[in-house]
Design a protein around this ligand. Structure first.
Ligand code: ZN
Ligand code: ZN
Length: 242
């Protein structure tokens, strides 16, 4: 049945329907996700091995972890903001973009062991693999700055941990996860709940520390998803496959 709405909205809904059909029925998209996940995890391991081979003191090590924590929260939040407001369903990445939007329709994940969540959700981080590959290339040079290599290695790992943090915010009732969220190390359910109930806010999902910065950027760049991309999956009925 045709959906009521302006012609451009109907067009976007039709484009979304086509893109999500490809996402769920063309095996190449699933295989691409596994390939990206494998590349990200291997690059994270290689960067950690390179970092741990370089000399550093405890203070510099701690500073690198803190820097990586802030950077991972910020950068992953910005990518989330960009993706939530991206409706280019006819581009080659269109099926991946449509698949990304399903989280707003079906916020709860399939329950899985956390290492599996870490791996599978790393497959959606297409942008991370080239960043880590470039970082590994520069980290292998003799003049590589140890602090930068440590920070990049932890940034890579924490970018995937952010996916686990987001999963826990939706699926977990574990007291340990709640305690880590209260301590500010992981994402709190309340903070992330705003992203789903309000519009154009709370995009960050490692621990939400950089939310105010991303909220400010989002207000400048976008009008929000509630009257944007959230309207495009109106026909989607399947249970999803996250
Ligand atoms: Zn979102
Ligand atoms: Zn969510």
């Amino acid at each position: 049945m045709p959906v009521a709405g302006p012609p451009d909205l109907q067009e976007k809904i039709a484009q979304f329907d086509r893109a999500i059909f490809l996402y769920e029925n063309v095996a190449a998209y699933k295989l691409f996700g596994y390939a990206v996940a494998t590349a990200n995890v291997l690059l994270q391991a290689a960067l950690l091995a390179r970092a741990w081979s370089l000399p550093t003191g405890p203070a510099a090590h701690l500073a690198a972890i803190l820097t990586a924590y802030l950077a991972a929260d910020l950068v992953n939040g910005l990518v989330h903001m960009y993706m939530d407001n991206n409706d280019d369903y006819v581009s080659p990445a269109g099926p991946l973009i449509a698949g990304f939007h399903l989280h707003h329709k079906l916020p709860r994940y399939t329950d899985r062991p956390l290492p599996e969540v870490y791996f599978l959700e790393s497959g959606s981080k297409v942008w991370l693999a080239p960043c880590l590959a470039a970082g590994l290339f520069f980290s292998l040079r003799p003049e590589a700055n140890p602090f930068a290599v440590y920070a990049l290695a932890y940034f890579g790992v924490l970018s995937s941990v952010a996916e686990v943090s987001h999963y826990l915010a939706h699926n977990s009732l574990s007291p340990a996860a709640a305690a880590l969220a209260r301590a500010g190390l992981l994402l709190s359910k309340r903070r992330h709940g705003r992203h789903h109930t309000e519009d154009n806010v709370s995009y960050t999902f490692l621990n939400g520390f950089t939310d105010p910065v991303v909220d400010l950027i989002a207000r400048k760049l976008y009008s929000g998803y509630k009257n944007g991309t959230d309207l495009h999956y109106v026909n989607y009925k399947a249970a999803g496959r996250r």
